[in-house]
Design a protein around this ligand. Sequence first.
Ligand code: PGA
Length: 259
Amino acid sequence: MLVIIKDDYEAVSAEAARLVVNRMRKKPDLVLGLATGSTPLGLYAELIRMHKEEGLDFSKLTTFNLDEYVGLPHDHPESYRHFMQKNLFHGLNLDPRFVHIPDSLAMDIEDHCLWYEEQIAAAGGLDLQILGIGGNGHIAFNEPGSSLGSRTRVKTLTAKTREDNARFFGSLEDVPRFALTMGVGTIMEARELLLLASGEGKAEAIAASVEGPITAMVPASIVQMHPRAFLVVDRAAASKLSGEYATTFEEAVIVRRKV
Ligand code: PGA
């Protein structure tokens, strides 16, 4: 994995946008995995800016979101479908036929999860998956203890994740108990991973994921096994790392070539 440490959140977002746009320029029909949460917001704002100001074309892109709460109406302000519309899709020229988000209201959840996996495969697999990381080391809603080979399925949210997300719902009771999520195995099949983290609250999870043992108790630690994973983090999120890391992609690639 290539770890790149930037000064602050703005620099993390700019570096992430640079990598995504780079891939889009090489492959306009990129299959892009999208994440929700506060971390990718700066990246999404930059993609919208580049579409509006520089005419960056998203019409050939296919997207797959990582996860969704079970049971929320599609237009619920906290559904990830709503989140994506509000924070990214409204500002781009994506073709709605190529946009995929797990369905919070799927009647047959198991069947829907299988269908989701089939759609990813039919699109040719994920080229690049954007990831955040939970304070507990989760990726998507793969909570600690998730099988490292898991596929898209329903997961029970941990108390920690529900508490972390309660701020959006007003009260803990209103946070759904279940979510649909791509599995760790699904995510690991993406050809490239771009994991972003910002702030002190992520420092332990980042240190455990980068420098700790690979364990299902820190699902993000499996990223160590990925042949093309980029971790772009700010100084605060990197504060518990003990190794030496690069500050740009170019430097990171040179460092890697040396070893
Ligand atoms: P955040 O969430 O970006 O809002 O910190 C990340 C996550 O829980 O995966």
